[in-house]
Design a protein around this ligand. Structure first.
Ligand code: NAD
Length: 490
């Protein structure tokens, strides 16, 4: 019988009160791995009530003690990294090497949050007026929640959770209902790490659980990652109920290839960016813009690299790219390729309607390269979220930067060049929050904020590092005077 996943509430595993559940499917084989309950609002309410009680003691726990379970969790994550990585591959489709890289990023966020005793320090100024001192201290918010997407089930919850709890908040996770198994495994480790009951909780579910989180008056802040449409919705509903919100959305990432670029390195890195994780990364290269004389050699080499990529079940040896997440995703991506063709693009490498031997039921789309994609075509504007690279061509860097800045998204933009002046100009002028220079996936390390712009981000403070500390704390300013005559009494 298929296992039904549980919620983790008050330090223990509890069956959801849900009437409905969804199958969790391995996208490489279409095998059913588990059933995920679609928890109703009542399950969320129960978790929040428990978190509100847990917060009373947790915020009074010294910060140096609050980070101790995080040190333990880091060790547990390292110890179980292989098992967690295999779980990511099985429910999400990416290769085992990609899953291990993902877990590494998760662990690094735990490490960074362990620095909370210095990260959440305030500021002060003695004698702001004669005999008067002023201090700014940071205090936790209370109960906070994160709602996460399918494409990084091991990493994205860690953009938020370690910072939130180290800063003294109680944290509730609602993972993607498409990939909930890795979170179950992570929460078994959280259970061993020694956090008091109610400090970190897990509620599985879909829209109903999200809406209950957004509306609950006991939840002070929402961290969201997912598509732009949902990010916009979550941001406005969270704001309407008076919450802080940071909502990371979708992307359409352009990469500029200058004629002076090292073409071998560029195509190798760019292919990893466009086709790695089957293009299901918010930092995937989606549009490549060649400048001037770069066109012929770049086109020839990217086509050769795309054609050679080994596609299959992500845990099989030598596999470089796995399936996309679902049958619906495959159909949507293949539909967008057809639309691109209809809009005037030429299909140089066609990854549609291909079967992988031994995995005939899997949701595979092979690397696809479209050439001469018109800038106003849907393929050029819409997030495809699949292994599809659209080529465009410009004559000058000005023209290329104008194409980059003509998009509504602003998650990432990259340039490949050996010319420092062009690189600097690109970095200075592009409208994107994460910029790569001879780098194909400009993913900020855990010690830097993940800085989406435009339609890729709604809010102010981003995930990770000091932005996370600011997001999960509120400042309190204290102005104090101790007249001399009072101190004489003691
Ligand atoms: P999604 O928007 O479908 O789902 C994200 C979360 O929102 C899930 O937990 C889901 O249960 C919930 N949700 C979905 N629809 C909802 C609705 N109508 N009402 C309430 N809740 C809803 O996103 P996805 O398909 O899981 O993830 C892929 C998307 O995430 C892509 O667009 C990708 O670019 C984006 N993403 C962005 C970043 C970033 O840092 N900007 C990182 C990773 C993924």
């Amino acid at each position: 019988m298929t296992e039904r996943l549980h919620n983790f509430i008050d330090g223990d595993w509890r069956a959801s009160t849900a009437d409905h559940a969804l199958n969790v499917i391995n996208p490489a084989s279409a095998e059913v791995l588990a059933e995920v309950p679609l928890s109703p609002a009542a399950d969320v309410h129960q978790a929040v009530e428990i978190a509100e009680c847990a917060f009373i003691g947790w915020r009074r726990t010294p910060v140096v003690d609050r980070v101790q379970p995080l040190f333990k969790l880091k060790a547990l994550l390292e110890q179980h990294r292989d098992d967690l990585s295999l779980s990511i591959t099985n429910e999400c489709g990416k290769t085992l090497a990609e899953s291990k890289g993902e877990m590494q990023r998760a662990i690094e966020n735990v490490e960074t949050a362990c620095g909370m005793p210095t990260m959440m320090q305030g500021t002060n100024c003695e004698d702001i007026a004669s005999g008067i001192d002023e201090h700014m201290i940071r205090q936790p918010l209370g109960v906070v929640a994160a709602i996460t997407p399918f494409n990084f089930p091991g990493m994205i919850p860690f953009w938020f959770m370690p910072y939130a709890v180290a800063a003294g908040n109680c944290f509730l996770l609602k993972p993607s209902e498409r990939v909930p198994i890795t979170s179950q495994k992570v929460f078994h480790l959280i259970q061993q790490a020694g956090f008091p009951p109610g400090v970190i909780q897990l509620v599985n579910g879909g829209r109903d659980a999200v809406n209950a989180i957004l509306d609950h008056p006991g939840i002070r802040a929402i961290s969201f990652v997912g598509s732009t449409a949902t990010a916009r919705y979550v941001y406005s509903r969270a704001a309407a109920s008076g919450k802080r919100a940071q909502c990371q959305g979708g992307a359409k990432n352009p990469v500029v290839v200058m004629p002076d670029a090292d073409m071998e390195m560029t195509t190798r890195i760019l292919a990893d960016s466009a086709f790695g994780c089957a293009g299901q990364r918010c930092l995937a290269a989606s549009v490549a813009i060649s400048v001037g004389g770069a066109r012929p050699s770049f086109t020839e080499q990217i086509v050769a690299t795309a054609t050679k990529r080994k596609v299959g079940y992500g845990a099989a040896p030598g596999i470089e790219m796995g399936p996309v997440i679902s049958a619906e995703s495959k159909a949507r991506i293949e539909g967008l390729i057809a639309k691109g063709e209809h809009e005037g693009a030429r299909v140089l490498v066609d990854g549609r309607s291909r079967k992988i031997s031994g995995y005939e039921d899997g949701y595979f789309v092979l690397p696809t390269v479209l050439d001469d994609v018109p800038p106003d075509a849907e393929t050029a504007r819409t997030e495809i979220f699949g292994p599809v690279l659209s080529l465009m061509h410009a004559q000058t860097i000005e023209e290329a930067i104008a194409l980059v800045n003509g998009r509504s998204y602003g998650n990432m933009a990259c340039i490949f060049t050996t010319d420092g002046a062009n690189a600097r100009r690109f970095r200075y002028e592009v409208n994107a929050g994460n910029v790569g220079i001879n780098v194909g996936v400009a993913a900020p390390m855990s010690t830097f904020p993940f800085s989406g712009w435009g339609e890729s981000f709604f809010g102010d403070l981003h995930a990770q590092a000091h932005h996370a500390v600011e997001f999960y704390t509120q400042t309190k300013v204290v102005v104090e005077r101790w007249p001399k005559e009072w101190s004489r009494k003691f």
